[in-house]
Design a protein around this ligand. Structure first.
Ligand SMILES: C=C(O[C@@H]1C=C(C(=O)O)C=C[C@H]1O)C(=O)O
Length: 371
């Protein structure tokens, strides 16, 4: 089966996950698992895969795994092909309404409050997000949006996943939470951001400024340290570059650290490892519990499955789990786009607001919108 056909066949409710190496399409559900205890969810799913070794488990974990259930399915039909080649962009009808939640100025105020609270409480980082609600006159063309994300090469992991509500999470994220193939594990945390520019000179300047930014390097170090600390007990060897590198998508520059290791115990599955890492300070903060609580205090909405993880696992326990950012929760005639950014005591509210606007561009471009 060719990967372009899998993309063409995607219908809302299906699971779709495309990387530079493979495209996975899961349709229908022969068994579904919905649980707020991620450890038992991982174990249940792994046990079910043992009974259906030719299948895959696919799905999502939410941002707040204690409040919102993880949702995984063994699809009725799983098809896997090579890297996705797209046949070209598709038109997306213009929306009839766009509303920021909260108002941009309120987001900047929340960032200013976060900066103050971080200093008062001695916290290192919190990630604050905002949303855009977009309404359409006719059903949202989810397949066309997914198609355009693939065509734009908008992120290393282009995904769509059905949610318990019947809605779908659709996006293209650059960030790998965890992959496991045999004893080999990789995590590629991203933190520290700057927008791309159409002008090559300012584009290079933005990248150089990011690479040299003390604030962004601190923000990144908090994340890389947390990922290393969580993976260390599971690994007999862990390779951690001393310096973050510059990574890019068509819309953003980031600082990324590619961490790879060899597992002590191959019985630890990809999903268990992803659940142990989640929520990293890329999307929550540090310390984790205080940051999660602060997110609840400062954001005027529930994140649901934004800033969670999306991916697949097989019967060997191998799999790939990406951080579910640069995405939208798609309903019948509306969708909600999310974008967040890491706040540290040295953050500037206006710059953080601009960073979320830049991050919205991944989805807005796929929808043919210039905002
Ligand atoms: C939270 C998001 O992105 C995350 C936050 C980043 C940052 O603060 O610099 C960078 C990459 C992502 O880990 C998002 O896109 O919504």
């Amino acid at each position: 089966m060719d990967s372009a056909e899998l993309l063409e066949e995607y219908t809302p409710g299906d699971f779709f996950f495309a990387t530079h190496a493979r495209t996975v399409l899961g349709s229908g559900s022969r068994q579904a698992f919905t649980d707020t205890d991620v450890v038992s969810l991982s174990d249940e799913v792994f046990a079910a895969l043992a009974e259906a070794p030719e299948s895959l488990a696919v799905g999502v974990l939410p941002f707040d795994t204690t409040a919102t259930p993880g949702h995984l399915v063994l699809p009725r039909r799983v098809r896997v092909a090579g890297a996705t080649v797209s046949a070209g962009r598709k038109p997306v009808a213009a929306p009839v309404s766009v509303r920021a939640v909260p108002e941009p100025v309120r987001h900047a105020e929340a960032v200013a409050r976060a900066v103050k609270i971080l200093r008062e409480r001695g916290m290192r980082k919190v990630v604050l997000a905002r949303a855009l609600d977009v309404g359409f006159a006719s059903p949202v063309p989810a397949q066309a949006i997914l198609n355009n994300l693939v065509t734009d090469k908008a992120g290393g992991y282009t995904f769509a996943a059905g949610l318990p509500s019947g809605r779908s999470l659709i996006g293209a994220t650059p960030e790998l939470l965890l992959s496991r193939f045999g004893g080999h594990v990789v995590s590629y945390p991203h933190a520290g951001s700057a927008p791309r520019s159409a002008d090559p000179v300012s584009d290079r300047e933005n990248a150089a400024t990011l690479a040299a930014s003390r604030k962004d390097r601190t923000e990144h170090a908090v994340l890389a340290e947390a990922v290393v600390e969580t993976l260390r007990p599971f690994c007999r060897r862990l390779d951690v570059p001393a310096e973050p590198s510059l990574v890019s998508t068509p819309t953003m520059w980031h600082l990324g650290t590619k961490i790879s290791g060899e597992l002590v115990d191959r019985d630890v599955t990809a999903l268990r490892l992803a659940a142990a890492l989640h929520p990293t300070p890329a999307i929550c903060g540090s310390p984790t519990d205080s940051a999660r609580q602060l997110v609840g205090e400062l954001e005027p909405f529930d994140r649901g499955y934004y800033a969670g993880t999306v991916g697949w696992m097989d019967a060997r326990g191998d799999g790939e789990w990406a951080v579910s950012i640069r995405c939208a929760e798609v309903d019948t005639r509306s969708l909600r786009l999310y974008a967040g950014g890491g706040i540290v005591p040295a953050s500037d509210p206006k710059a953080e607001l601009d960073e979320t606007s830049a991050k919205f561009q991944t989805l807005l471009r796929a929808m043919g919108l210039e905002l």
